[in-house]
Design a protein around this ligand. Structure first.
Ligand code: FES
Length: 165
């Protein structure tokens, strides 16, 4: 990530985004109930939720940063560190493990040069492990961004990756 891009990502939340979060809180009836949705909005805008933005959202929702961070930590699709343009969530729960998730992970490592928790040098992909995606009948399974994939095999996995630039 360039310095300019990092500066942009660390900029304060714009007025429009703050208003969207306030509207979410009002709709939820209880400000704290809007925590996950507010963090998703920030992540959609910036790609992840920085400490600065977490603290700003917490203040808007009348929570402490630690309280809101516990929401973010519990909800494992909120990223608290910068991620690549596309996030691969590879299931590592039992059904997928039995059906070949280890081979899929090895293939991802071979093709992309990253291990779980890492981002490619070009910022194209971040690979993260995740618990069951609820797609066990098509294990091994993964998600890339909002897209779900199952029955992963070597050729299919390569073709899927090609779709994400
Ligand atoms: S165990 Fe992988 S999707 Fe359920």
């Amino acid at each position: 990530m360039s310095t300019a891009e990092q500066d942009r990502k660390d900029a304060p939340l714009e007025a429009g985004l703050r208003q969207e979060i306030a509207a979410l809180a009002q709709h939820a009836g209880h400000k704290r109930a809007a925590g996950t949705d507010a963090l998703k909005l920030v992540q959609k805008r910036f790609g992840y939720v920085s400490d600065r933005h977490l603290a700003e959202v917490a203040a808007l929702l009348e929570m402490t940063p630690a309280e809101l961070d516990s929401v973010a930590t519990f909800y494992n699709l909120i990223f608290r560190r910068p991620v690549g343009r596309h996030v691969i969530l590879l299931c590592d729960s039992v059904a997928c493990w039995v059906m070949g998730a280890t081979a899929a992970r090895a293939q991802l490592h071979e093709r992309l040069g990253i291990n779980p928790g890492e981002t490619t040098a070009d910022g194209r992909f971040t690979l993260l492990p995740i618990v069951c995606l609820g797609h066990c009948d098509h294990a091994p399974a993964m998600m890339i961004d909002e897209d779900q994939y199952g029955d992963l095999d070597p050729a299919g996995l390569d073709a899927i990756l090609e779709g994400y630039k």
